[in-house]
Design a protein around this ligand. Sequence first.
Ligand code: 3H9
Length: 697
Amino acid sequence: MMVVSYQKVEELGVITINNPPVNALSQSVRQGLVDALQQAGRDDTKAVVLICEGRTFIAGADISEFGKPPLEPSLPEVNAAIEACPKPVIAALHGTALGGGFEVALSCDYRCALASAQVGLPEVNLGLLPGAGGTQRLPRLIGPEAALEMITSGQRVGSAKASALGLIDRILAEPLAENALAYARELVAKGAGVRRVRDLQVAGEGFGEAEFAEWRTRLAKRKRGQKAPQRIVDCVETALSKPFEQGLAFERAQFVECVQSEQSAALRHIFFAEREAARVPGLDKSVMPRSVARVGIIGAGTMGGGIAMCFANAGIPVTLVEQNQEGLDRGLGLIRKNYEITVSKGKLTGPAAQERQKLISGSTDYADVGDVDLVIEAVFESMDVKKQVFAELDEHCKPGAILATNTSYLDINEIAASVSRPADVVGLHFFSPANVMRLLEVVRTDQVADDVLATAMALGKRIGKVPVLAGVCFGFIGNRMLRQYAREAQLCLIEGGTPEQIDSALTGFGMAMGPLAVSDLAGLDISYKARQALTQEQKGDPRSYCIADALVEMGRLGQKSGAGYYRYDPKTRARESDPEVVAVVEAQAAQQGITRRTLSDQEILDRHLLALVNEGFRILEEGVALRPGDIDVVYVNGYGFPSYQGGPMFYASQLGLEQVSQRLEALHQQTGEAYWQPAPLLQQLVRDGQTLADWAG
Ligand code: 3H9
């Protein structure tokens, strides 16, 4: 198959790229473009149109080529060939012209696009910067401020806005090919010649050292720990101060550094792992997902309301069921308030928010979910309560409806066995706040039908989530690992750490929040109540919960009561350390016979991360997670693990499995705790000299 073809259409040369699925700029495309441009330069055509087949214009460089030896011609060479063409080159955009794809378009003389097209430079999301002139050409077209905004956010811009900014010269109606050729003829007719972005002066008046410094500070906060955003500022600054060629060379050097960085390797790993996670091996490919046009949600609490918003946001009508009118009103009120906040932040218009709210109707009668295609139960976390709800659903829901539970820990096989249609039962585990967090654990029960699983995975994507398949076990993937991590926070605290030290060791690594600050936010009473329902044996080692219990019993429930592991300013919610907590910790340590010592930040970090990693290996071995990358996707999208560290299993791979195993063994020797023993799968891989990638095949 020719990935790039060239055709003469009367006075025009038409270069067409056809490299499914997204016309990425693989080596063959780059070579094809250079060849086609040379041909177009030589023949008697008057202008050249660059257009793509399939669903989109070029969506960027081929990410799978990064990390491998570079292949000629490079993308900057392709862009140079476009600019060297003696005739005007017109890019015709549809779908998403992203990254290197948009940089190709910026190297053309004119840009036309369908109204539905979007353009953007999302390299920053991969730990990169635009490396084919984007940081030099964009400021020349739209000025430094707008260029910095676009490149550092990585966000896409629709045709209308792009046209207002000056990035697109003409918005076209469909069909694109016909209208783009007409536009090119129009340009030829009026004698519009070559017009290069590189020849423009940057309109940078009033934008100097102070403004760049401000951007650097802002990005140090907004993109904490990430290197690429800072390099982007350097490049845009260079665009203002240096001639074009020097700017390009500077950008290229920064790009090469970024592409070789561990941060970019981690972010690229997450990019592919998220897409891989959507694939369920062994699932019969011929099964058609069931149609989901209407959804029911049982329970209008924070979780149920958040889930309802997810569906409404995707345009799917929802019936929200509560036990009584009072609870329902409270739940609907909470949803209204959430939408108001979104509108006040400027993230949604008032009318759009109203449209979405209209899609959510309330009821106190199970009969009202009789006609839904999917129902999700989000009630109190108790097996008895859940079984009662499922008995109602079994009675009222139509045949073929999918019955899902949002349980975080309970045995979904047991729930499934309690209804007459276990093949229709699946776990859909959302993360709080459900309308914000991207992760969705899809929990596979023993008897679930293939088309139910296929529906759940497809639906997850449809509502903008990243679905990951998990097996049934206590806590599935994410919460099962979290228990090990949270236990380490308690143990580090009682052994000698302070809340500040523990939290800052982890935020220093890049976690969105430290474990103790997270507990304060969630409310210490929640896990306290859960513990009360457990036997002494189930609760485990008292050192891992005695401080938390003591704080709750003093009325310190976390942020909501103004105090937990920290004290909170009632107005600003600003966090302060609290000597009272130190006293509690010391008293509990004394009671447990622990002599407190100084813990290094490294020990704290190691213990938290290795606790996650070791449990991750067990989860893989048991088949609870299908692939190491699935665990990484769970942690990055549901638990605030820094995407630029790639997730716990990627982190372990970077460290080297032998190193991980040795550190675990050292902790095992130091503490005598069996859970520090390297997981059998890890031991096996180290013994066989294999990596996780080898194991995953
Ligand atoms: C860059 O351009 C650097 C330059 O500045 C400098 C160079 C010197 N490469 O997401 P989907 C695959 S950096 C390779 O499920 P959607 C993807 O893996 C790049 N493969 O579809 C998947 O494969 P599979 C800047 C890619 O409709 C399939 O295509 N560009 C690439 O939900 C479908 O993807 C970006 O960062 C790629 N560039 O979304 C854009 N892109 O089916 C990254 C996709 O085997 N891409 N694939 O799993 C996207 O944001 C989305 O894929 C897109 C489509 C919006 C295009």
